[in-house]
Write a protein that binds this ligand. Sequence first.
Ligand SMILES: [Zn+2]
Length: 162
Amino acid sequence: MEKLWTPWRLEYIKSPKSGSCIFCDLPKDQQDKENRILHRGKHCFIIMNTFPYSNGHLMVSPYRHLGCVTAIDDEETNELWHFTKHCVSVLRKTYSAQGFNIGLNLGKAGGAGYAEHLHNHIVPRWEGDTNFMPVLADVKAMPEHLSAGYDMLLPQFQNIPS
Ligand SMILES: [Zn+2]
């Protein structure tokens, strides 16, 4: 994967870590719009990344606080991938994504920001996006991008066909 130029990642790196886990805390908080949770399933939920690598960067995470693919059960694994596939379909349609980077960063050594609670990243990509990403990378505009993105995506996550 070519490195994307993502200055807002710096804010993330600079912000103090409280030791709490967003993947445990946010689903408990009943404020899905503020937390940008797009869908709640039986075992997993879908959330927008607040510090995205690109517009439309989504994450699918099980509710359980488990850090490795070897720890989650079959139902969690199935729903995680089922939701991941839905994210791809929606992003292809809504953002005209031409490609994707999908994956799990396991452990601190694997680059996980929240190593104790696994989450699958779905990052839409476009031809030549490493060239135009800097144009989109206006840190001040990002919260607005996120809210607008949430409103645009939400209707497509109301019902996820099985
Ligand atoms: Zn957790």
